[in-house]
Design a protein around this ligand. Structure first.
Ligand code: SF4
Length: 457
């Protein structure tokens, strides 16, 4: 039902006490017969099916029937069918590992979840790529990866639903936070070494890691250098906002073992940037990128959000062109997530958000333009409540795939989490996952580390 809410803005109310004038859907069950009744402006449509006809996979079959019925009424573009969940590629990976051919996996995804053929193909292509890049047999016992959280930002983006602290108001905590992080990294280093494992990839994300002052950036990256092993192939520093990643910090980052940086504009339109509460301009983005290239960074990721308020297909097209003119090695295309906690959603009407048809056109445009410029998709994940119920896709030029991103979404490798709110995912040899999340609030995290409460064993 949520899927349809996302594209129609129709609210689903269970057992309303008062009859309402709005569209409504009722489901009756009597003597093995299920009848679905949809009423709109006094017009009634019904669909019924016999429970005996549903012999196996009952839930999925009922979902399929309901989906087809509602889709016929609302004529919605829903290329993901009724598939929900954050990691659809994982399903395709599992099918390939079970011996399905890519064609069989694609057909099965289309038939089981009513996914559009192009999306089912995308999933199987990505699954193939994942297995090629990370191996059919996961390296559970040999290598791990590491995520480091910097939960500070210059200010708060209007669409943000994360726990992130405004740097200027919390400056007093930052130095102690980095000290604790360094302690946690030393601890993780010993645990990993004790298990005879190597660290394959590191991702320093946030928040906005680029907001850290030069000295603390140097200290943190020194600790990261120290825990690298022979197996380490990739260290990403997600600088984030362009206005804070100045020449001095870029030179410091370049002096360490960082192999990949992210500069995150989200839009190349000053009007849209203002709408989403980002206090930087397109000029800042251009300057930051130019500096990064001059400083010798040759693996730069950038990103853009589809569906930001005030965006049209035409303005998005120009933004995307401007982003590609920066000549990045990889581009992440997000779809706006309408998280209730975010200021953007609280302060805007649903009509301000780009409509489903335009979102669809924008996504097709990103696929087309990126493909024409030699980019290929390499990882994908979905979030709840995205406009048009769409996906987030990472594209890159050949050889610039971020292995951390693939491992993190694929869940076939242990990923340690360091810092406030970071989650460690521990994958056993039979691929069972246990999670451990650090305290979300910075003061509580600091207290835990000061008390020697690391939680990894
Ligand atoms: S940069 Fe990211 S974490 Fe920081 S406020 Fe914006 S969306 Fe939130």
């Amino acid at each position: 039902m949520t899927i349809f809410y996302l594209v129609t803005n129709i609210e689903f109310v269970q057992n309303p006490e008062q009859p309402t004038d709005a569209d409504f859907l009722q489901v009756y069950k009597t003597n093995g017969l299920t009848e679905v009744v949809y009423t709109r402006d006094g017009e009634v449509k019904t669909y019924s099916f016999n429970d005996q006809d549903i012999v196996k996979n009952r839930t999925k079959t009922v979902k399929r029937i309901l989906f087809r019925f509602l889709n016929e009424i609302w004529q919605s573009e829903l290329p993901w069918g009724f598939l929900t969940g954050v990691r659809p590629v994982k399903m395709a990976v599992n099918m390939l590992l079970q011996g399905f051919t890519p064609e069989e996996a694609q057909k099965s995804l289309e038939n089981d979840f009513l996914i559009a053929p192009e999306k089912a193909k995308l999933l199987t292509d990505l699954a193939n790529k994942e297995l090629t890049l990370t191996g059919r047999v996961p390296t559970v016992t040999d290598t791990v990866s590491l995520y480091i959280s910097i939960p500070f930002c210059p200010d708060r983006c209007a669409y943000c639903s994360f726990t992130s602290y405004v740097y200027s108001k919390n400056e007093n905590m930052v130095s102690e936070y980095v000290d604790c992080l360094v302690k946690e990294l030393e601890y993780i280093k010993e645990v990993v070494k004790g298990k005879g494992q190597g660290i394959q990839t590191v991702y320093i994300g946030g928040g906005t890691p680029g907001v850290l002052p030069p000295m603390l950036t140097d200290k943190l990256l020194g600790a990261v250098d120290d825990l690298c092993t022979d197996e380490t192939i990739e260290i990403t520093f997600e600088a984030g906002r362009p206005e804070v990643f100045n020449d001095e910090k870029q030179k410091i980052v370049k002096n360490h073992r960082v192999t990949r940086i992210c500069i995150n504009p989200q839009s190349m339109d000053d009007r849209i940037l203002k709408n989403i509460g980002r206090n930087h301009t397109v000029e800042d983005i251009l300057r930051c990128f130019d500096l990064a290239v001059k400083n010798g960074f040759d693996n730069i990721n950038t990103d853009i959000i589809v569906g930001l308020p005030g965006e049209t297909v035409e303005s998005f097209s120009k933004n995307l062109e401007a982003l590609l003119d920066l000549n990045p090695q990889s581009v992440t295309v997000h779809t706006l997530a309408m998280k209730k906690k975010a200021g953007l959603i609280q302060n805007h009407n649903a009509q301000d958000i780009v409509n489903n048809k335009d979102v669809d056109e924008m996504i097709r445009m990103t696929e087309r333009k990126l493909f024409n410029q030699g980019f290929e998709p390499y990882y994908l994940y979905r979030q709840k409540m995205t406009v048009g119920n769409r996906e987030n896709v990472g594209y890159c030029k050949k050889g610039f795939e971020c292995i951390y991103n693939i491992q993190m979404i694929g869940e076939r490798q242990t990923i340690y989490g360091a810092g406030a709110g970071a989650t460690g995912r521990f994958v056993s040899e039979d691929l069972l996952i246990t999670r451990k999340t650090n305290k979300k609030l910075v003061d509580q995290y600091i207290k835990d580390i000061r008390d020697g409460n690391f939680g990894y064993g």
